[in-house]
Design a protein. Structure first.
Length: 403
């Protein structure tokens, strides 16, 4: 068996990874993809297919993708930078920076009328936002099926469904609209997806005194060498951007284009929950920083090792995770911006492995035990059924380990 060197990856088995992923492209599951497996000092990248259905622009290693919820780990790192600088504290109320969220009211029932509320039992904290226990988010029911969901939709908050940056309010207006609504659950009571990270982005910007993207660029992107990561794609880089598709009755149908993309211009609301675009090498640098306990190679330290260990530990009880299985299954917990595997039930489910996926067809994880990082970027929106591309990528990434 040929191996690819000291990294302990089999060259023959990496060939299997390429064959399997190529089969998904040729079968029409996705028009194209970029996949990366990194172990120790070795990096293996596959760019397969094209950037658009029936297109002739090939996928490249530097193709730019909408990474949606893979934004959350970046946002969590930004928050932890401010924690380490003592600008923010995990368990302090956020009222100082987010007065719109002071003196919360909480629905008696998540499906009840908006005026049937009780006072919040305590203020919201940064820890509540990082762990998505702020009491507001996806209740996992059909859109507009409850009074609170209709109210947030009517207010233009867009706290459910795929990110659409062009329809969002500016941050201060967005916060004012959110502050006019009650919480769905008591602070700290339950894990509710997504909204907390919209709020977290506003908190970071206000606490650091800079626009969110400027802070991310200065403290994360530039130190790590992530030039293609941001909340929009500049005009001179649109030739490296992808079309984006959703799955319809007739197969893949266009969802977001390139020149007319919602990411072709800076957004009114920099969405810290799901608004970033990036490339496989940019995100590799981010993943390596976390796997390196806060430092990438000999570059500047972004976070301390204790901060990374705090981010990548499970912070939720089984009671708080009740109902989260749609997102986390039954063998994952949640830290700050990342999920982590808590029990082994699959080839790639290594306890301690942490990462997160994006709803536009992207996935990343870092595995300290195996010293491995995997990233797969596609341009197909997630559906209720897990993507076969993701499942097969993670299987073939781990079956390539050869030590």
């Amino acid at each position: 068996m040929r191996t690819s060197g000291s990294a302990g990856l089999s060259a023959d088995r990496l060939g299997r990874l390429r064959r399997v992923l190529t089969g998904h492209v040729e079968g029409g599951t996705v028009p194209g993809l970029v996949a990366l497996v990194s172990r120790r000092d070795e990096v293996h990248v596959e760019a397969v297919g094209t950037t658009a259905v029936d297109g002739d622009t090939p996928m490249r290693r530097d193709t730019i993708f909408r990474i949606t919820s893979m934004t959350k780990p970046v946002t969590a790192v930004a928050a932890m930078i401010l924690v380490e600088e003592c600008v923010l504290r995990l368990d302090d109320p956020v009222d100082r920076w987010l007065p719109e969220l002071a003196d919360r009211r909480v629905l008696n029932r998540v499906d009840g009328p908006l005026d049937d509320t009780v006072p919040a039992e305590r203020p919201l904290t940064l820890r509540d936002l990082l762990t998505m226990r702020m009491g507001f988010g996806h209740p996992m029911v059909a859109p507009r099926s409850t009074p609170i969901m209709r109210a947030e939709d009517d207010a233009g908050l867009r706290t459910f469904g795929p990110p659409k940056p062009s329809t969002s309010h500016p941050p201060d207006v967005w916060m004012r609209e959110l502050g006019a609504l009650p919480l769905m659950r008591q602070p700290g009571e339950a894990w509710l997806y997504d909204t907390a990270y919209h709020v977290l982005g506003v908190l970071i910007a206000r606490a650091c005194g800079q626009p969110l993207e400027a802070f991310l660029r200065e403290r994360i992107f530039e130190p790590l060498g992530m030039p293609d990561t941001g909340f929009s794609v500049p005009a001179d880089r649109l030739d490296r951007f992808t079309e984006c598709y959703e799955v319809g009755a007739d197969g893949l149908t266009p969802y977001d284009g390139i020149a007319d993309s919602q990411w072709s211009r800076p957004p009114a609301f920099p969405d810290a929950a799901g608004g970033l675009v990036s490339t496989v090498d940019d995100y590799l640098a981010f993943g390596r920083m976390l796997l390196g306990n806060g430092r990438y190679r000999r570059g500047p330290r972004i976070l301390s090792r204790p901060a990374v260990e705090t981010m990548t530990a499970n912070h939720l009880t089984p009671e708080q995770l009740a109902g989260a299985d749609v997102f986390l299954g039954d063998n994952r917990g949640w830290g700050f911006g990342v999920s982590m595997v808590t029990a082994r039930d699959d080839i790639s489910a290594v306890p301690g492995r942490y990462g997160w996926d994006g709803g536009y067809g992207t996935s990343w994880a870092s595995d300290p035990r195996e010293e491995l990082i995997g990233i797969v970027l596609t341009q197909r929106l997630a559906t209720a059924e897990p993507s076969p591309v993701h499942a097969d990528f993670w299987t073939t990434a781990y079956q390539a380990i050869d030590d």
